[in-house]
Design a protein around this ligand. Structure first.
Ligand code: FAD
Length: 496
């Protein structure tokens, strides 16, 4: 094994990791980022970096034999998924016993595959979920800093109100209004000026070609174009791709030693490396970070870690549902409206596209709900992986709330649920999430700034800090919280 050392290592390249790398690099700290996925910047033989949603290939998914798109069937037929070659593709679906989790893999993490919806959470709920965080400072300074650096923008209302590409959203908005529900325009990191160019035919199509979950070839300001590009510009940050961190130990001198597997994009092991550092930042996401710390605790590599590691996990109350509605065959892949039923029902439902290129007669929703249920991760010695203690019944409070809202919308508009999209006969999805949160809750597994309890110079910087729920799409909160924590950590722990 070869050994090398840098002052700081950041594991992962998602939101929390990218903030850490930029702020460390700006401080002049030599930082290495280790990312298990690929860098997505080279066109393949078809001239495109990412494959399309309707004609997926091996680029779509992380080592799967078949694509696993969230809509399993259409009109009762399993037409949506395709067999593919096993490869280091961009979207992963991790299966636990009663819950599956969608994740982005590659330089940029979830920013490569997500819907780009950039929502600052309701202050009241933020204060309820993270009482130890100074909300004045967050809303005055760190949320604005995050949205600016992420390059969040908002659709022009004249475009939203006129384009055929958002007819589906306008119709769903009208149906919600008929039932007395307000709708909000949601900011996004997709460049809406680019999207208007797509609609006029002056820019290559991406959102308007149905691209989202397997990556956007144009228009989206994913982290590789914002935080990570800024981090590389400092000259102090290096990103190593297809580097999978397996093990974390602490040396007698207090430095950390990582065991890292470097693979080729087909999964072949090229070499196993040892990489050392003084300051270690975990930004591998809710699942990745929690797995690394649980393994380290339970195998004795980091014996000081607290019993709270693995706790406080939740799916952000994610429930998908769909109604019959004429949506139009042109549907932009980037959602821009959400039904806000939070005050009365604790439901915030984004109006999602079904960008199939044909009339599917479906209006799709990803609802975010308040759900007090939490899950716990455990290390499993037999597989050297983690299990998730979460039962499907724990989704019940979420489904009850979503059903109340959409029963009312259906009743008022004389429409019905679609029962052919999440498996035959199923009206609400209750077994997958896009928003895994928690596992290393702030103030419990770590101190109030993400310093991991029990070991010095070890930090958590990603979605695993947020205890299971935030009431909105999470990446703005993950980014802003990481900004706040890094601002403290670079000022006090790394000030030399
Ligand atoms: P991630 O972004 O998950 O990044 C973790 C990174 O670490 C990944 O790149 C991973 O490959 C890498 N990694 C993991 N383990 C290791 C290891 N052991 N070694 C090396 N590297 C490792 N949120 C919103 O706010 N708005 C949306 O519109 C939205 N839509 C979504 C749509 C989809 C399809 C999905 C999947 C998610 C969506 N999300 C959305 C959620 C959002 O993307 C995530 O909340 C966010 O990416 C989490 O950020 P993170 O920093 O915690 O980790």
């Amino acid at each position: 094994a070869e050994a090398d050392h840098s002052e700081a290592v950041v594991i992962g390249t998602g939101y929390g990791a990218a903030v850490a790398a930029l702020r460390l690099g700006e401080k002049g700290i030599r930082t290495t980022m280790l990312e298990m996925g690929q860098l997505w910047d080279q066109p393949a033989r078809d001239g495109k970096v990412f494959c399309s949603m309707l004609n997926p290939d091996r680029r779509a998914m992380w080592f799967k034999d078949c694509t696993e798109a969230p809509l399993e069937t259409l009109f009762g037929l399993p037409v949506v998924n395709r067999p593919i070659q096993r490869y280091a593709g961009v979207l992963d679906k991790v299966h636990f016993q009663e819950m599956s989790v969608y994740l982005g893999r590659g330089v940029g993490g979830g920013s490569l595959v997500n819907g780009g919806m950039a929502v600052t959470p309701r202050r009241e709920y933020f204060e309820e979920v993270l009482p130890e965080v100074d909300a004045d400072e967050m809303y005055g300074r760190f949320f604005p800093l995050a949205t600016k650096t992420l390059r969040v923008n908002t659709i022009r209302s004249a475009f939203l109100e006129s384009t055929s590409w958002y007819q589906y959203a306008r119709t769903a908005r009208r149906h919600a209004a008929n039932a007395g529900y307000d709708t909000q325009v949601i900011p996004n990191v997709y460049d809406f000026a680019h999207m208007e160019g797509e609609a006029r035919g002056t820019k290559p199509k991406s959102a308007l070609a149905g691209e989202v979950i397997y990556g956007n070839n144009h228009g989206k300001m994913s982290l590789d174009k914002t935080y990570l590009a800024d981090a590389l510009k400092t000259g102090n940050v290096t990103i190593r791709t297809l580097h999978h961190v397996k093990r974390i130990r602490q040396q007698p001198d207090g430095t950390y030693l990582l065991t890292v597997e470097q693979r080729d994009p087909f999964g072949k092991l090229l070499r196993t490396k040892e990489i050392g550092c003084r300051h270690l930042f975990l930004g591998a996401g809710s699942l990745g970070t929690t797995e690394l710390l649980l393994r380290a605790r339970d195998t004795g590599d980091l014996p000081g870690l607290s019993e709270e590691i693995g706790s406080g996990w939740g799916p952000n109350g994610n429930v998908m549902t769909a109604r019959t509605m004429l949506g139009g065959f042109q549907q932009s892949g980037m959602p821009v409206l959400a039904i806000d039923a939070w005050r009365d029902r604790k439901v915030f439902a984004e109006i999602a596209p079904v960008p199939a290129g044909v009339e599917t007669l479906a209006s799709l929703y990803l609802a975010i709900t308040k759900n007090p249920e939490r899950g716990t991760f455990h290390y499993d010695r037999a597989t050297d992986g983690i299990t998730l203690d979460w039962r499907r019944e724990q989704m019940k409070p979420s489904i009850r709330a979503v059903k109340d809202v959409f029963d009312e919308i259906n009743r008022t508009n004389l429409t019905t649920y679609r029962a052919d999209l999440f498996g035959i006969g199923k009206v609400f999805s209750d077994d997958f999430t896009y928003h895994p949160l928690g596992g290393c809750p702030l103030g419990r597994a770590t101190d109030a700034f993400g310093r991991v309890k029990g070991h010095k110079n070890l930090y958590v910087t990603d979605g695993s800090l947020i205890p299971g729920s935030i009431g909105a799409n999470p990446f703005v909160t993950i980014t802003a919280l990481a900004e706040r924590n890094l601002s403290r950590i670079t000022a006090t722990d790394l000030n030399h």
